[in-house]
Design a protein around this ligand. Sequence first.
Ligand SMILES: [Zn+2]
Length: 341
Amino acid sequence: MLNTKMAKLFGGIVCIIVLLSVYGVDGQPTNCPEPECTWNYFMPSTWPTVCGGKYSLCGDGGHQSPIDIDTSLVETSLELASSPLHIHYEEVHHTMVVNLGTTIHVDIGANNTVYGGPLGKSDKLYLNQLHFHAPGEHQINSVPSSAEVHLVHQSLTTGKRAVVVVRVMTGTANPWFTNIFTVRDLPVGANATIDINPLQLFPLSILDNPYHLQHSNYYYYNGSLTTPPCTEGISWMILIDPIFASVSQIQDLQRWEGINNRPIQSYNGTVYRPHFSIVTPTNEGEDIRHMGMVIGLSFLLGLAAFFAIIAIAIIALLIRDSHDKRDFYGAQQFELQPTNY
Ligand SMILES: [Zn+2]
């Protein structure tokens, strides 16, 4: 990073010298390259004003991220629970890891998608990349995590973006990070390739029982990118259960990419959580088919019982009618018989 700054400084000096010499010859300005627009984590308060106010949303926005989630204010949502969040991830091979200087960025690409939940069922969002923040950016009841993994998704049709957050707490060593750290000496701007399975990042509570995620186990809110340009309209889904990594793994991450957490932003919106349900459905389609069969059978049984009652009533009437007739004629004959003798 130091070499890059020296190169920029040298370039600027050369440009000034050339500019002066050009003005000295004919008085006309020359075309110097625009100074590169930069921001850093040392002074995030300057983000709205750097680069001529290009990132003003970082200061003016009403739905900025990250936030501190006060669980007493979280609204449970039946709607979220009725529309399960579907996460389909699989292993990707020879994918690119880049050290951006501000974070470690891992390309993911096709075949890894998320839909449902707050994102709706009609549009699949593709997992473009994942990256790290250490310490973690979001807090729950003012408790930060040691790190966060941001899995960044985007729709190919609408451009809608969503970030799934996996919170990392200090604990036992995590083999998933060991895999990433095989390329941890990557210098700024350089890249390498690795094989990676983003699903193995998830907490065991979700891997063991995916329905746990659908019914209770994430927070959702509408926020922003946590880096300039701080674009809003980003769907955030923060997994409540954390994963764990060792102290040395967290330290390695911080050494690798530097401290890169944006401070907590004030937030006036609402944070939601799927309404908790103790019922674990076996399969949505099967449930609906099963319910249809039960309703159909009940209807047929009801219909059969109705016709049986009608049939019994008719038979009873016929029997009574024939009995009455037999009595009538029998009585008549009996009464007439004495007069014949
Ligand atoms: Zn991020």
